[in-house]
Write a protein that binds this ligand. Structure first.
Ligand code: CAA
Length: 379
């Protein structure tokens, strides 16, 4: 077992760190305040290859492994968790899903566009009454022979307004339950497809989260991914990989808050000495660093299993469960280390604490991760 990063992985880390610290960091407080999705920044991420890291080079991607992806996710999330979720959804849910299960035509048509950063993707599973209970799909895709007629509403969709290409999960054969569900590639601009309200969120405010509505949207049959009825299995499978991305996001948020705390603790003086000389602060820093290291090992393990083609369902769920709790705990402690300064926006850690919370909720809540882990243990 080798705990060192390869030269290639170090290069990815360097590039992602450089981009995050020198480009993404500028204007981060304003983007959070104004809920501003910055199209130009996301395009830059695409130009640098961060939006399609695992996509094969023939479709414009980086052809990299999952370890590279989580390394980049960590570095981006240290600075800007909003950019990180945009990156995560595009890489692990949309691009990876099309690459793994799409036809050659679908890959050619959509992956090249998704890799460039000109367009980003959205993954549309959740509904007003189908969050954790994802099999309970009310959106319907009626089989009309050469096309599907799509009707329904999707909620809390990351990249909802900014995406051009959406993977929409919908029920075609209600009598078959989850085995009657399909996944369709739906393009923005299709007649009957409207973008609804933007959510005013606690965190990851520079990513756009919207309700999407579909009224008699005609979707060509060739836009279905996989066999008839494969949609739910598709959603679950891409979410297994997605959870590694979100675990890496949580890890990055925690690591970013820790780095700021470490620096602040050596600069800020109380009672005539830096607060890092006080044991109360030292213990906090020690525990933060230990939990972050443990989270990183779980994230890398899940990514490595995926790269080896081994089963990673349980590892991904464990990584997300643990790393998201670490993110919440570390960011809360980071605010505490910063004291009054931690409670104001200028010092960043309050944003990180708000950003951390969503990692315990999306791509399967912590409770769902426990359910997934328990089911794997009891198989
Ligand atoms: N991997 C692969 N297949 C899985 C799976 C997994 N992790 N979990 C379930 N399945 C399969 C099962 O094997 C079963 O298939 P078969 O019938 O062929 O065997 C099928 O899916 C149905 O599974 P269950 O019978 O276990 O269904 P359930 O209703 O009891 O439980 C669930 C399903 C695990 C709770 C699932 O609904 C779930 O994961 N819910 C959470 C949904 C979620 O993560 N939503 C995130 C929204 S997307 C998002 O957040 C993106 C974003 O914008 C950031």
């Amino acid at each position: 077992m080798d705990f060192n990063l390869s030269e290639e992985h170090e290069a990815v880390q360097f590039a992602a760190r450089d981009f995050a610290q020198n480009v993404l960091s500028a204007g981060i407080i304003e983007r959070d305040n104004d809920q501003k999705f910055d199209k130009a920044l996301i395009k830059k991420m695409g130009d640098l290859g961060f939006l399609s890291m695992m996509v094969k080079p023939e479709y414009g991607g980086g052809g990299m492994d999952t370890i590279s992806y989580v390394i980049a996710m960590e570095e981006i999330s240290k600075v800007d968790a909003s950019a990180a979720v945009i990156m995560s959804v595009n890489n692990s849910l949309v691009c990876w899903g099309i690459q793994a299960y799409g036809t050659d035509e679908q890959k050619e048509k959509y992956l090249t566009r998704l890799s460039s950063g000109d367009e980003i993707g959205a993954f549309c599973l959740s509904e007003p009454e189908a969050g954790s209970d994802a099999t309970s799909q009310h959106t319907t895709a009626e089989d009309m022979g050469d096309h599907y007629l799509l009707n329904g509403t999707k909620n809390w969709i990351t990249n909802g307004n900014s995406s051009g290409i959406c993977l929409v999960i919908a029920q075609t054969h209600p009598e078959k339950g989850h085995k009657g569900i399909n996944v369709l590639i739906v393009e923005k601009g299709s007649p009957g497809f409207t973008v609804g309200r933007k959510e005013d969120k606690m965190g990851i405010r520079a990513s756009d989260t919207h309700t999407l509505m579909f009224t008699d949207v005609k979707v060509p049959k060739e836009n279905r991914i996989g066999e008839d009825g494969f949609g739910f299995k598709f959603a679950m499978t891409v979410l297994n990989g997605g959870r590694i991305g979100i675990a890496a996001q949580a890890l990055g948020i925690a690591a970013g808050a820790f780095e700021l705390s470490l620096k602040y603790a050596q600069e800020r003086k109380t009672f005539g000495k830096p607060i890092s000389d006080h044991q109360a602060i030292q213990f906090k820093l020690a525990e933060m660093a230990t939990r972050i290291e443990a989270a990183r090992l779980l994230v890398y393990k899940a990514a490595r299993l995926k790269d080896l083609g081994k089963d990673y369902i349980q590892a991904a769920a464990m990584a997300k469960l643990f790393a998201s709790d670490v993110a919440m705990w570390v960011t809360t402690e980071a605010v505490q280390v910063h004291g009054g300064y931690g409670y104001v926006k200028e010092y960043h850690v309050e944003r990180m604490m708000r950003d951390a919370k969503i990692t315990q909720i999306y791509e399967g809540t912590s409770e769902i991760q426990k359910l997934v882990i328990a089911r794997e243990l009891l198989k």
